[in-house]
Design a protein around this ligand. Structure first.
Ligand code: ADP
Ligand code: MG
Length: 699
């Protein structure tokens, strides 16, 4: 039976070469199986029949049974065809502008028809333009069901006459030719436990639903199956990695770690930091490569976790590196880590694009002879010249900015790859993380260090600028510093720079020297100028930092307590959240002020409300996911994983959780799927992985 599903689509009766070509081109349907898996986007409920005297809502889609009692052409130049339709309770008009000849020739008078369409009231009479209609006898005999499926389509297909109705006919033909015998590949245990309907019934009811209830069951079954197979693949990959990819087992907790932990911890670790460190220690203690994603909101304290993980590597005689996406960030890590590690006498250095050649040479040598323990840097670390004596741990900050190939370069430097820890401050909603990184291990720091005052966020319209400026002056009078950020979107870069410069000028006017001093930093400045301006602000020499989103990542000025975001409606949620994270780093109450114009789209309003309501990065990420959809958030390259036939990662979260749980359970029990009761599953799994190889950023 399954071979039949491999039949090229043009062999299906009613398709043929021309339509086959269109189906291939427009919908990627090559064979029977592809058509079978073309699932409807939605359904029109045709379970209900209306009587004409029941019609009340103009514009509602309704279905009526009745007869055409007369038909006539109306108008002179641009004619239309008008028929009187009655069901005994009343009359309505059916109208055609196109295809009049065909209707005239084929429509039968005084024969019961089922009509369906939008009924519009006009002068006390309901009319329906271009109704779908079918003789009642045919309607009752057809396989088509009361819930009418609407299939994905394209303009071209409709133009070429492959309408929804035609697709529906093809589907009927497919079910007839295959006798609707489709193999069930899920094991009986899962089918029983979740009370899933059989595969045959599911496929039948997804295309020809008998009732709302059966449709819901069919959808659940097929969504579950789709997500289950993806989870099987992701989890299998994880298991394989743990078994096959060798790693350095860091068995020792030695001098560096212990000394630091006992004598030099600048604060007590939070519960979350302790838990995450344990997870990392556990991973690195194995002879398999660690591949762990560490998520923690801005300010949650990832740096110390990074350092202590590096100390473990050092304790076991290995080197460690930390790679950051920008020079500013790399510098900040270098300063922060050097400070923390100062009492340990570790050799730490930084390597970026602006490292001098002489210094570079020293670094290269020290990395090769092992006298340099920790190197921090930008993608300059990826250059071929950079060779390690024995790199044991690679930490990557802000995963979104590095590609896969770039990353794997880091560990091609060694025969046995280093453990990898990816840190990100952009929380990824749990469901998404599970689908995209299902084969990675994820740690979450979900607790902020104690004593932080939550940042207060407000939304203000541009018309209230005077009040906002007054507030800023009060804060400056208290000794605080302020960021004012302007959007910079590549497509409108020129305009944005103009806005930035105009803003800078007017701010300089409103906050004049000598009482105030204003810094500016943006992407068109030379790195050296940028750095020196940043340094002035850091040192408290200026009160206000006007900037584009360059400061988005990695600036740490604890005394800066106010973040003003101009044209906040132009920023996405995650970016707003990142920017807000630049303040709230000191002991003082911090504020974030979102400035927008008066007129806002609904989405923009929701973004502002969300920012005002919560500081929780995960909650914000969930809203963001709902607003933008998964494809947008993870970028095009990820959409392969997200290219789902029927399930929706956002809407079907519950099903995803069940699918993951079931996949874990099954693989724990029978990882190779070798048991006889898993034979069909294994077969389907192999077929699926041939087609759809899910990869992720890190592996
Ligand atoms: P992240 O990199 O996650 O944004 P950092 O590691 O830079 O956060 O930490 C933010 C600030 O919080 C730093 O000033 C750090 O010293 C401080 N910090 C981190 N962990 C703790 C803790 N457990 N207790 C108190 N302060 C902490
Ligand atoms: Mg950080």
């Amino acid at each position: 039976m399954n071979n039949l599903l491999e039949t090229p689509i043009e062999y299906l009766k009613g398709v043929g070469p021309a339509r086959g070509e269109q189906l291939r081109k427009e919908l990627g349907i090559f064979k029977y199986a592809d058509l079978l898996n073309l699932f409807p986007n939605r359904y029109i409920d045709r379970t209900r029949y209306y009587r004409i005297n029941e019609l009340t809502n103009s514009g509602a889609e309704v279905q009526v049974v009745g007869k055409v009692i007369n038909i006539k052409t109306v108008g002179d130049k641009r004619t239309r065809l008008v028929a009187t339709f009655t069901d005994g309770t009343g009359e309505m008009e059916l109208v055609w502008f196109q295809g009049q000849k065909w209707i005239r020739e084929n429509l039968k008078l005084n024969v019961p028809y089922v009509i369906f369409g939008k009924a519009t009231a006009f002068n006390g009479l309901f009319n329906m333009a271009h109704p779908e209609m079918e003789p009642l006898a045919e309607h009752e005999a057809s396989l088509r069901s009361a819930m009418q499926p609407i299939y994905p389509s394209t303009e071209k297909l409709t133009q070429r006459g492959i309408t929804n109705k035609v697709v529906n006919k093809m589907m009927q033909q497919l079910f007839t030719e295959t006798q609707a015998l489709f193999t069930d590949s899920l094991p009986a245990s899962i089918i029983n436990e979740l009370q899933l309907i059989p595969k045959n019934a599911a496929l039948f009811n997804i295309h020809f639903p008998k009732s709302q209830e059966l449709l819901a069951k069919a959808q659940f079954r097929l969504k579950f199956e789709e997500l289950f197979f993806i989870q099987l693949q992701l989890i299998t990959k994880n298991l394989v990695r743990k078994h096959k990819i060798k790693g350095h087992p860091f068995g020792n907790v030695g001098e560096y770690f212990t000394t630091f932990y006992n004598n030099h911890l600048p604060f007590d670790l939070t519960g979350a930091q302790k838990r995450v460190l344990k997870e990392i220690r556990n991973d690195m203690g194995q002879a398999a490569q660690m591949n762990r994603l560490l998520q923690g909101d801005v300010g949650s304290g990832k740096t110390i976790v990074a350092l202590m993980s590096m100390l473990l590597a050092l304790d076991n005689g290995f080197q460690a590196c930390l790679m950051a996406p920008t020079e500013i960030l790399a510098n900040q890590h270098f300063i922060g880590l050097s400070e923390l590690a100062a009492p340990l006498g570790i050799n730490i250095k930084i390597l970026t694009g602006s490292t001098k050649t002489s210094e570079r040479r020293i670094i290269h040598e020290a990395l090769e002879d092992g006298s340099l323990h920790i190197i921090i840097g930008t993608h300059a670390l990826l250059e071929d010249k950079v060779q390690f004596k024995n790199l044991g741990l690679a930490i990557i900050d802000e995963q979104h900015r590095f590609g896969v190939e770039q990353r794997s370069k880091l560990w091609q430097k060694n025969e046995i790859p280093p453990h990898v820890l990816v840190m990100t401050a952009t929380p990824i909603p749990r469901t998404l993380a599970m689908s995209l990184y299902g084969d990675l291990d994820v740690s979450v720091i979900d607790e902020l260090p104690p004593g932080r005052k939550p940042i207060q966020t407000v939304h203000r319209f541009d018309s209230n600028r005077l009040k906002v400026w007054k507030f800023l002056k009060d804060e400056i009078a208290k000794g605080r510093q302020i960021y004012i950020v302007y959007p910079l979107i590549q497509e409108s870069e020129k305009m944005d720079y103009k806005d930035l410069m105009d803003g800078y000028e007017s701010i300089s006017r409103d906050f004049p020297l000598p009482q105030y001093s204003v810094s500016i930093v943006h992407g068109q400045m030379k790195p050296a100028d940028k750095d020196s301006e940043m340094a002035r602000f850091s040192a408290g020499k200026t009160n206000i930092m006007v900037a584009t989103t360059v400061i988005e990542v990695g600036v740490n000025v604890p005394n800066a307590s106010v973040m003003v975001i101009e044209s906040a409606e132009r920023f996405g949620l995650s970016q707003l959240h990142q920017l807000r994270g630049r303040v709230g780093r000191g002991a003082d109450q911090s504020y974030c002020i979102l400035m927008t114009g008066q007129k806002l789209s609904n989405d923009s309003k929701l973004r502002m409300e969300t920012m005002v309501r919560t500081n929780d990065g995960f909650e914000i990420a969930e809203v963001d996911l709902k607003l933008r959809g998964p494809g947008d958030i993870m970028g095009k390259q990820q959409s392969g994983v997200l290219n789902l036939q029927i399930a929706d990662i956002v809407k079907d979260k519950e099903i995803l959780l069940i699918a993951r749980e079931q996949a874990i359970k099954l693989l724990k029990d029978d990882a190779p799927m070798a048991r006889p009761e898993h034979a069909a599953l294994r077969h389907a799994y192999i077929e699926m992985t041939k087609k759809k190889n899910i990869w992720n950023y890190i592996s």
